[in-house]
Ligand binder design. Structure first.
Ligand code: TYM
Length: 339
């Protein structure tokens, strides 16, 4: 993707993350790390999507702390308010307004086809409309800022295709307004498997490692990781190609060490526990600077508050402009009848 448009303006990148507390390894590799890389070269807007999170039905009393914890994770990994707009979705009411207006151009059948809807709706006897309409709000998030590129993990691909459909439909009905958003999904990290080695790493499945966990806590999690099921005794030869621990090594270990681990695993010179220990140490080392920065922000919550307040102010500026245009195009400007 080119970094600028024809006028030489930096392209707009938008992405969001649900506040379920501290970010985990999957969030980091699939989203936060690319966001940090993109923030210097693009005009970036990053959002903590608490309006989305209410559809998961969590305890409202936990939401404020979850938002703060995620904001600390954002800043700890190096997102920089000098380079990117960082804010909380519910601070900018235009998100929910635009989502409502997009109801006018979104077929219910498209929403019912979403894989995430099909999965999530199985947990309910009476399905909340918010679960069905979730991707409309996601499209509104992106298009409110006329986002041209959206860095996400593989699980979000279908929602981004729907975002393009909504933009197209809106443009065809009301006149050219929104760009066709491109999904930025990094092949190697688009779907990080959880420690169970079976499902996507996800807080709700309890198969995660937190990015701000202390080394002992990282080890407590990594030691539970599932390895090659056929390797029962230490002197059984391992099969790194089917072992999720070995895959995870790829993100935290240099090529030479990884090749060494691979050879020793095949030759049964290294056991699974040793292999997990190396991974755990490397993860804890890689995230040490994040823990230090997080400690600073936890001790200074007023700094976090300022980042989010300033971010919301800047986001509202862009959002208001888009909404004025959208309302006018949809005829929601009755004052124009008075000449
Ligand atoms: P969420 O909060 O579930 O996840 C945030 C980001 O982390 C990525 N991710 C992963 N990537 C690789 N492997 C994993 N195991 C893994 N787990 C999570 C996700 O793909 C995502 O990029 N609906 C979105 C939030 C959202 C959004 C938006 C995203 C709301 N509005 C607008 C982009 C643009 C979600 O629930 O992500």
């Amino acid at each position: 993707m080119s970094k600028t448009d024809r006028a030489g303006r930096k392209k707009r990148v938008f992405s969001g993350m649900q506040p379920s507390g501290e970010a985990h390894l999957g969030n980091y590799l699939g989203a936060l790390r690319p966001w940090v890389e993109l923030q210097s070269e693009y005009d970036c807007v990053f959002c903590i999507v608490d309006d989305h999170a209410i559809t998961a039905g969590g305890d409202p009393a936990e939401m404020p702390a979850n938002v703060m914890d995620l904001a600390v994770s954002f800043l700890a990994v190096g997102l920089d308010p000098e380079k990117a707009i960082i804010f909380v979705q519910s601070d900018v009411h235009e998100h929910t307004e635009l989502a409502w207006l997009f109801n006018a151009v979104t077929p219910v059948g498209d929403l019912e086809r979403m894989t995430q809807y099909k999965d999530k709706s199985q947990h309910f006897e009476s399905i909340p409309a918010g679960i069905l309409n979730y991707p409309i709000l996601q499209a509104a998030d992106i298009l409110l800022y006329k986002g041209e590129a959206v860095p996400v993990g593989e699980d979000q691909r279908q929602h981004l295709e729907l975002t393009r459909d909504i933009a197209r439909k809106f443009n065809a009905t009301y006149g050219d307004t929104f760009p066709e958003t491109e999904a930025l999904i990094d092949k190697g990290v688009g779907r990080i498997l959880g420690l169970d080695g079976n499902a996507k790493m996800s807080k709700s499945l309890g198969n995660t490692v937190g990015i701000l966990a202390e080394p002992d806590a990282v080890w407590d999690r990594v030691r539970t990781a599932v390895t090659d099921p056929q390797r029962i005794r230490r002197d059984d030869p391992g099969r790194p190609e089917i072992c999720n621990v070995f895959t995870l090594h790829g993100h935290f270990t240099d090529d030479a060490t990884r090749a060494d681990i691979e050879a020793k695993c095949r030759a049964a010179e290294i056991g699974c526990v040793d292999c997990k220990r190396i991974l755990s140490d490397n993860i804890a080392d890689a995230f040490a600077p994040f823990r230090d920065r997080a400690a600073h922000f936890r001790a200074h919550p007023e700094d976090v508050r300022k980042v989010l307040d300033d971010g919301a102010e800047r986001a509202r500026g862009i959002a208001r402009e888009t909404m004025t245009e959208v309302r006018r195009k949809m005829g929601l400007d009755w004052r124009s009848a008075i000449i």
